[in-house]
Every structure is written in structure tokens, then in C-alpha cells.
Design a protein around this ligand. Sequence first.
Ligand SMILES: Nc1ncnc2c1ncn2[C@@H]1O[C@H](COP(=O)(O)OP(=O)(O)OP(=O)(O)O)[C@@H](O)[C@H]1O
Length: 271
Amino acid sequence: MIELRDIKKGFGDKEILKGVSATMESGKVNLIIGSSGSGKTVMMKCIVGLMTVNSGTILYNDQDFTAMDEHEKKTIRQEIGMLFQGSALFDSMTVEQNVMFPLDMFGKGSYKEKKKRVMECLDRVNLKDAAKRFPAEISGGMKKRVGIARAIVLNPKYLFCDEPNSGLDPQTSLLIDKLIKELTLEYTITTVINTHDMNTVMESGDHIIYMYEGYKQWEGSNEEIIFAKDEKLNDFIFASEFLRDAKEMRQMEMFRDKNWRDRLQGGKPEK
Ligand SMILES: Nc1ncnc2c1ncn2[C@@H]1O[C@H](COP(=O)(O)OP(=O)(O)OP(=O)(O)O)[C@@H](O)[C@H]1O
């Protein structure tokens, strides 16, 4: 679990994060959404320690990351897997060597054990047959899957994904979302995704944090978002007529589902 307590970050006299508190639970896909410039990337960089907050606290499983020295932070960083926008693979290395890289940097054990772990991860993302190929020889979706295999090779407790669907077609995007969700559940990872993809929001958003001009404007699940009253959130999420229609249809479906009604905090959803 990751907990943010009133984090603030600015550059010069420009305040970007204006006091954000949020909790990201393990075994859940936590999404950070919001329009361009709302502070999503700055927030993610602060959480992983690529930027230092001006004030506030970031806790990793109740350990205060913001109060740690570099050596202690390194221990947490080794528990973090990262999936970068554009996959960020090494072009001169094969798929297998790319996935091996974090193991060579931080992993223990013999070459044989490391190789076994690499092949397990490649198998998990269905890419065992592509092990000897180079990034230039595989598709964008395959590159993302290599990126995912590399992100999970050290058995991370936390997984950060920056725009995992950027540049992918809708079908491949759904496959990547499904894979990330499955891995999150399988290994009880605290997954944090920075995304603009509305499919991801609706299909994978166990917990959604909506950022607006440096504040956390709204948070809730992909079920709660359907009934959310927040005007700014609704303008952002259901921007097109098509999406507003989809929202109404999902609302009707949910009204018919007694289990969902019982799950919703506060009982019966208001229309
Ligand atoms: N290193 C930096 N120095 C100064 N200003 C910065 C720096 N990094 C980000 N900013 C500013 O912080 C604000 C928020 O940027 P951020 O990248 O977090 O937005 P975002 O919500 O991730 O946007 P997008 O969806 O377009 O990626 C922007 O105004 C940006 O110019």
C-alpha cells in the first residue's frame, strides 16, 4: 500500500501539487487521471522518488519514504517495477537480455537461475518464442509486453506504469490492461497507472484518482464514477455524446444489479 499525506510540490513560485492525500492499495489497479498539466506526472515522479516533495509524507507499507536516506530509499526502489511510455527497451539487446537487465543489476543467484526467471516472465506475457529477437523486430504491443516482463522480473511489490496504452490500437490496449490487472491480482502488487485512456478507466479502475489543477478533485472506483456528481470529473470523463450515452447504459445495467447496489456505499444510487 502507498499512502500520500498532504504532498506539495512546486517549482520556483509555481505550485504544482497543492496538498494531495490519497491511498493506493495492494492488489488493486490505481489510476491517476486528469487533463494535461494537472500534475499527474509530477505526482508519480514524487512517489517513486525522481522528484522530492516540498512538504507532506509518502508512505510505502507504512514506512516513511520521505524521511529515508538514499540507502533506505534504494531498498524501496528495488521493490518497484516501472513500465515506461514507449517501453524504453535497449535496442542493442535481445528481448531476453532486456528482461535480464534488472536481474543483472540487482538480482542474486546464478546465471542459470536468472535465465529461468527471465523465461518464466516471458512465458507469463506470452513472449517466450520472441526471446532472441531484437526490439526493432517486434510490434509495439510486444514491446509493451517485454516492458511488463522486465518490470515484474524482480517480483515487485509496486508497479508504476506511465501511459501503458500510448501508441497502441484499441484491441492491443485492452490486452495490455488485462495483463496488468491479472499480474496485479496474481502477485498482490500495488499498481499505479498514469493514463488518459477511458477504456482503462472503465475496465481496470479499481481505484481512480482524478487530478484537477494540482488538487485531488475526486477519487473512487470505476463503478462509483458512473454515479459521480462532480461536475469537473463528469466534464472530463464523459466529454463526448457517445461516452455520455455509454454512461447512461452502464447506469441502467447497474440499477438492475442488486449486488452492485449493496456494494455501493450509502445504499441505493441516486440517478
Ligand atoms: N521539472 C519541472 N520544472 C518546472 N515545471 C515543471 C517541471 N515538471 C513539470 N512541470 C510543470 O508542472 C505542471 C504539471 O506537469 P505534469 O507533467 O505533471 O502534467 P500531467 O498532468 O502529467 O500532463 P500530461 O497529461 O500532459 O502528461 C506543468 O505546468 C509543467 O510545466
